[in-house]
Design a protein around this ligand. Structure first.
Ligand SMILES: [Zn+2]
Length: 449
């Protein structure tokens, strides 16, 4: 008999944080206790940029060419249009690599996915009051000897076979949705899927047992031995489980989406790290907080960042229909981004010169006499400053300090402007646009530390 979590009713008298114990979902899923509490060192708004910069330097150091993340945030989307830094902390006309493994891009990708899932869950639970939400987690054994690509290929194939099998088909699901999570532990890469199974009425113990048996059988066909009975404790690497949960409160549904899609999870096991966490620690040179050697961490990050053809999120066709149906649903507590009232305009020539001289994304580096040998990036400043005038002042300061490396008249190519009639004067290039960036200078110049 599988060690299953009992259904949790959300309309209990517990406060929201306890009404659906978040740990329950993860205890059975990951075999690792997960907390999403903010750590003592609160990440700053510039943290993703610092992580991105670190990864770009790592790619350059290892001579890895043409990785899109190398161009992320240091190229313009269109070189015929200025880049604007808006006073709502947003920026226009900057190329984003759109990799889920990119520290900057994943922020938006995860936030969008989170909101999409929340809307679908809310829509479905309003439409079908008896809808139940179950999370099934699939993992396979892994060791230091396995490459991430190898584990992923097998895990994805087993998952596909299982989801196509009649034990799942016969459940007559309202929809399912798959989330991939990759963590690193002393046993190497540990990729695993969280699969949301939504159906009318609960999935029975017999059905769960049948899925578990089938999972084991399919894995065996791939020469992978999964032990479904032992998979629920820390250190075990194989598990399949379902958390049966009836949810009705809006906040619970939002929390559930958070459980599935969050880019700032932390594992309480000190030998287990999420990849964003590992990258962030390495980017901030906090190798003392990582139990693995610097060389190993770099290798792990490079392997992760170069993983190809991976779907981190995937819904079935029915899920996609729910996405369309729920698109206009208003979620509680969703804040709309403030309308910008002014912006800093950086013309293409100036943007190019700043990028080329490492003045957009770099972190400040001082020599032994406290002289600045590398300036804090303008975009980092923009993300941290609340007052746009401060950012503009900083821009003029770095231009003055780096005058010899830039070009004469660069100050005429930057300006701070008040917005008239709530209208931005240039086309806004959206993050979701799939085109490639305008190429204006060789990558090697951009990423060289
Ligand atoms: Zn990116």
């Amino acid at each position: 008999m599988l060690n299953l979590c009992s259904p949790v009713k959300s309309n209990s008298t517990f406060p929201h944080s306890l009404s659906r114990p978040s740990a329950a979902v993860h205890n059975i899923c990951d075999s690792v206790k997960v907390s999403q509490t903010q750590s003592a060192t609160q990440p700053s708004n510039a943290t993703p940029l610092v992580s991105l910069r670190y990864v770009q330097q790592l790619l350059a150091k290892h001579n890895i060419q043409k990785h899109k993340t190398s161009y992320c945030c240091n190229r313009q989307f269109s070189t015929s249009t200025p880049t604007l830094l808006l006073d709502n902390q947003k920026t226009t006309n900057i190329f984003h690599c759109r990799h889920t493994s990119c520290a900057v891009c994943s922020k938006k990708i995860y936030a969008d996915k989170n909101s999409q899932l929340s809307k679908v869950f809310t829509y479905v639970s309003r439409k079908h009051s008896a809808a139940s939400f179950h999370i099934m987690t699939l993992t396979i054994p892994h060791t230091q000897q396995h490459t991430l690509a190898d584990r992923m290929e097998i895990l994805a194939a087993i998952k596909r076979r299982l989801m196509d099998h009649k034990v799942v088909k016969q459940l007559n699901l309202l929809f399912f949705h798959t989330t991939l999570e990759i963590v690193y532990s002393k046993n190497g890469f540990h990729p695993h899927y969280h699969i949301m199974l939504c159906k009318i009425s609960e999935i029975t113990q017999q059905q769960i047992q049948a899925i578990a048996n089938q999972y084991q059988k399919i894995a065996k066909a791939f020469k992978v031995a999964v032990n479904i009975l032992k998979g629920f404790t820390i250190g075990q690497t194989t598990s399949i489980a379902a958390a049966a949960t009836y949810l009705s409160k809006a906040q619970d549904l939002v929390n559930l989406a958070n459980e599935l899609v969050s880019d700032h999870k932390q594992y309480s096991n000190t030998e287990t790290y999420t990849l964003p966490q590992l990258i962030s620690l390495a980017a901030n040179n906090q190798f003392n907080k990582i139990v693995y050697s610097k060389a190993r961490v770099e290798k792990v990050i490079l392997e992760f960042i170069q993983l190809k053809n991976i779907n981190y999120f995937r819904g079935c066709k029915k899920y996609d229909q729910f996405v369309k149906l729920s698109a206009n649903l208003q979620l509680p507590n969703t804040k709309k981004a403030a309308q910008p009232t002014k912006y800093i305009q950086i013309n293409p020539k100036a943007f190019h010169a700043l990028a080329k001289n490492n003045l957009l994304l770099g972190s400040q580096v001082l020599d032994s006499n406290n002289n600045v040998i590398q300036f804090e990036g303008l975009l980092n400043q923009h993300r941290t400053n609340t007052d746009l005038n401060d950012t503009f002042g900083y821009l003029l300061y770095i231009i003055e300090k780096n005058q010899h490396k830039l070009y004469v008249g660069i100050v005429n190519d930057v300006a701070i402007v008040n917005i008239q009639n709530n209208q931005l004067p240039f086309q806004q290039f959206s993050f979701s646009n799939k085109s490639s960036p305008s190429v204006s200078c060789p990558t090697s110049q951009l990423v060289a530390a």
